[in-house]
Design a protein around this ligand. Structure first.
Ligand SMILES: Cc1ncc(COP(=O)(O)O)c(C=O)c1O
Length: 310
């Protein structure tokens, strides 16, 4: 059994973000480039996965079984980690078989795939969902969608230290909060735990309010023994998860051109656009310093050359 080097804690550079709408408002933003930590195991994924892999190793598992869609950044990172570190991976996919660039990579990395259809995938939260899969793959450790839960959140806590250790190099003596995309809210919850209430964490929701992110974050924070609070969520989904509109695409194109930082439309692009809207609405006083977490996901944008997918 080889479940990889859990001590591998990649470090991400913190870079200033120069955009005209920020300078007009006197707000400073630095980007924590999780997209730069590794060519394949990119973004917030490794941080969320590492504690799951450690738990799997302790349980004597031979690999990991997890879930995601046909563009899933989570499955992509998991499959790449399995290939690199030599553990087995199985992916349960939403919908019906299709050859997206992500799916082709998953197969190339050696992940065994099962397509659950849409109804079958919706059943993932039902009790007993994992039973047949665990019967079929008794040596694999199940990881919830997106590497979530308290386990996944604890893996993101070290990001706080990573940022604090780079403030000097940036010429900052402090910062006033975090801004990042939220899908399940696990990464955000990890930052809330890491800050312990010292600084607020602002989450730009990539999914609509009814996806229960607020409840999931609250549950993680309470399970960790902290009082709920220290964060704020903004619906930034622009009509639904993976819905893409011309204003968003134009904003991404312009931001990339001026900042040199690549974005994708589902998470990081929507998160930065939501930040612009809040900055322009006067949500942050001049002199505010924010850390924007680039949560990665750039592999997924290969599926988005054309307009939105379902
Ligand atoms: C690129 C990217 N950013 C942000 C997120 C959201 O992270 P979380 O689920 O921890 O809120 C995800 C996946 O869920 C993602 O793939």
């Amino acid at each position: 059994m080889n479940l990889g080097p859990f001590h591998w804690l990649p470090s991400a550079p913190l870079q200033p973000l120069a955009l005209d709408w920020l300078s007009r408002a006197g707000v400073e933003v630095a980007v924590l480039r999780l997209d730069r930590i590794d060519p394949l195991i990119s973004g917030n994924k490794w941080f969320k996965l590492a504690p799951h892999l450690a738990a799997a190793g302790e349980a004597g598992a031979r690999g990991i079984i997890s879930l995601g869609g046909a563009h899933s950044n989570h499955l992509h990172a998991l499959a790449a980690a399995g290939k690199r570190f030599g553990f087995a991976t199985v992916g349960l996919l939403r919908g019906h078989p299709q050859d997206t660039p992500t799916v082709l990579d998953l197969q190339g990395f050696g992940m065994q795939l099962h397509w659950l259809g849409y109804g079958g995938y919706r059943a993932r939260h039902e009790p007993g969902f994992w039973q047949p899969w665990q019967a079929q793959y008794p040596e694999l450790f199940p990881v919830a969608e997106g590497g979530g839960g308290l386990l996944g959140a604890t893996g993101c806590m070290p990001l706080v230290k990573q940022v604090r250790s780079q403030l000097n190099a940036l010429g900052w003596d402090d910062y006033h909060g975090w801004w990042l995309a939220a899908g399940t809210g696990t990464t955000l919850a990890g930052l809330v735990l890491g800050e312990g209430g010292a600084r607020p964490v602002y989450g730009a929701l990539a999914v609509p309010d009814d996806h229960g992110v607020a409840q999931q974050v609250a549950a993680i924070v309470r399970e960790a023994g902290l009082q709920d609070g220290g964060y704020e969520l903004f619906d930034s989904s622009r009509g639904g998860f993976a819905k893409v509109d011309p204003l968003l695409l134009a904003f991404i194109e312009e931001s990339e051109r001026h900042s040199g930082i690549p974005l994708e439309p589902l998470y990081t692009g929507k998160a930065l656009l939501a930040l612009k809207q809040q900055v322009e609405a006067g949500r942050f006083a001049a002199g505010s310093r924010l850390v924007f977490v680039h949560t990665g996901g750039l592999q997924g944008r290969r599926g988005f050359a054309a307009p939105a997918q379902p």
